[in-house]
Design a protein around this ligand. Structure first.
Ligand SMILES: [Zn+2]
Length: 545
């Protein structure tokens, strides 16, 4: 057998913890959090602005759509940020992952196999020796294919419930075979910080400076961040985290909590910072929440709406005298501007651009022009345009899809106790159609009219699976933001594609129709949606680390 080319350390520069973001892989596996390839790219760009060290872009063997998204992120991501792809230790998976990340400036292959007896026996139906041999085989393969300088990471799925001697044996073997990072996933969120720290310490002593020790903690007991920090104190130098703690079941350790703990308590983590631009955290949180449709709870640490709000009189008094009385970090440090001031009529494109930059968005060119015109129109319709309004406008322009189906006009009549009647005029792939329909409310009637207009041309109509409306800011003239989720009427069962669409207007009926049309255009096949539900329902219906 040929000698395995050894990577040359150190793998993580002294004085830092490597931030491995898996929002686009583990986060996207959260049921209903499916993202299209364009949306994934948008999140990846924000992760670049956030300056994470590694972006885990997906699981290329899961679907052609996921493969394509990983390939595009690998192609676009520069500036020393690595792009990782996940693969099972199974013929076909690592090859597909390498194909997707091979073009990356810094490819990072992540192979995994379950190691706990319960997973080996009931899921993989193989013995320990076979699992170990497979792990070694695919780590060696990855190292040979990607060469000396690539990052090859091995994860022992369900490590925290794996027999310790066997776990250490497998880590030793994969490092020998060329792994430069060994990951210890607490796949089911079972570990307690003291015990997890002790486990990490044993693995750190075992691999020494031959490999970086990584952790991947789930939040089933609400301990993901605590376990991750205990691991760092025990010598882990890579942490796998997600924006907003998104992820399967109760989610993963949240990036913002781990990063801000390292930053706020430096004496507890001597010489262990991250390179994350924390001022980009709020923008990242909002983007991920917006695109996945997963709201952030108001009391969520760091990024919740109330995380920096001080309501009680005693606290407010203290805050006014000195913010340090009740504030351990500043809102500015996470990119939350203290001001919620109104801007009234805007002071030109440059003024708007500067304001958006303050809010964490780099917008220029055509996109700036469109947002500028919308903001001016909004300033005419509404007494005051707030920061929240501007953020909503930027988000609305994010990850747009080409519109083959356009709404040309609508009207609706609705009264107390009666049915609503809606009329729409819609251009369906160039074919202009006007239809009328009734429903038990104005939105219902108009959606039915849209369905009647598109069905004869497309052969299907959207089926609404979820509808949400919220006010962007306070006041009677607030903009309404609508989120719809839809599937095709022709596409049923657990694997059906479900896409989201957002609408934004001071008129909630207009916002509802806008969101419906966005979802309709996505379904029309502008691109391949990458849906977590579809993915879980396929042959890969197993827990990933
Ligand atoms: Zn996971």
């Amino acid at each position: 057998m040929s000698a395995v080319p050894r990577p040359s350390g150190p793998f993580v520069p002294a004085g830092s913890v490597r931030i491995f973001d898996t929002t686009l892989r583990d986060g996207e596996q959260a049921p209903g959090a499916g993202l299209t390839a364009t949306e994934k790219l948008e999140v990846a760009r924000q992760l670049v602005r956030l300056k994470v060290d590694v972006i885990e872009a997906g699981f290329p063997a899961a679907s052609p759509g996921d493969f394509e998204a990983v390939r595009r992120i690998a192609q676009e991501t520069k500036g020393g940020i690595a792009v990782a792809a996940l693969a099972r230790c199974r013929d076909g998976d690592p090859q597909r992952a390498i194909e997707a990340i091979g073009i990356a400036e810094r490819p990072h292959l992540h192979v995994f196999i379950a190691t706990s007896d319960i997973h080996l026996k009931h899921k993989l139906r193989v013995d320990r020796e076979t699992a170990l041999a497979e792990a070694v085989k695919w780590v060696r393969y990855g190292r040979e294919q990607l060469g000396r300088d690539a990052e090859i990471e091995f994860s022992a799925e369900d490590a925290s419930r794996t027999d310790l001697d066997y776990l250490l044996q497998i880590y030793e073997a994969v490092v020998e075979a060329g792994a430069s990072t060994v990951n210890i996933p607490d796949t089911v969120g079972y570990a307690i910080p003291s015990e997890f720290g002790a486990l990490v310490g044993k693995v750190v002593s075992l691999v020494g400076d031959q490999a970086t020790v990584s952790v991947h903690c789930h939040n089933d007991l609400g301990l993901a961040t605590a376990n991750t920090l205990a691991a760092v104190q025990a010598g882990a130098r890579q942490v796998e985290v997600t924006i907003n703690g998104l992820g399967e079941r109760a989610g993963n350790a949240s990036l913002e909590e781990v990063v801000m703990a390292l930053r706020t308590r430096p004496t507890q983590f001597p010489q262990l910072g991250s390179h994350v631009q924390t001022e980009q955290i709020t923008a990242a949180s909002r983007l991920v929440s917006y695109l996945t449709g997963f709201a952030v709870q108001p009391n969520k640490a760091i990024v919740g709406g109330n995380a920096f709000a001080h309501e009680s009189g005693i606290h407010q008094d203290g805050m006014l005298k000195n913010p340090l009385t009740y504030e351990i970090m500043t809102p500015q440090s996470v990119g939350l501007q203290g001001s919620q001031l109104t801007i009234g009529k805007l002071s030109g494109r440059r003024g708007l651009q500067g304001k958006l930059k303050e809010l964490g968005y780099d917008v220029e060119g055509d996109r700036l022009e469109v947002i500028y015109r919308q903001a001016i129109a909004l300033a005419d319709a509404k007494k005051e345009v707030t920061d929240a309004d501007l953020v909503a406008l930027v988000e609305q322009r994010t990850a747009e899809v080409p519109a083959s189906i356009e709404l040309l006009g609508w009207s609706v009549t609705s009264s107390h106790g009666g049915q609503a009647t809606g009329t729409v005029s819609v251009s369906v792939v160039g074919d202009v159609r006007s239809t009328e329909s009734t429903g038990n409310g104005p939105v219902n009637a108009l959606f039915a009219a849209v369905d009647a207009a598109v069905e004869p041309v497309l052969g299907w109509h959207p089926v609404l699976t979820e509808y949400e409306i919220r006010a962007v800011s306070a006041g009677e003239d607030a903009q309404g933001q609508v989120l719809v989720r839809c599937r095709r009427s022709s596409d049923q069962g657990p694997g059906a594609l479900v896409v989201s669409g957002h609408g934004l207007s001071t008129n909630i009926i207009e916002a509802s129709l806008e969101g419906y049309l966005v979802a309709l255009n996505k379904l029309h096949g502008a691109e391949i949606p990458l849906i977590a539900g579809a993915f879980v329902a396929s042959e890969t219906a197993e827990n990933l680390p």
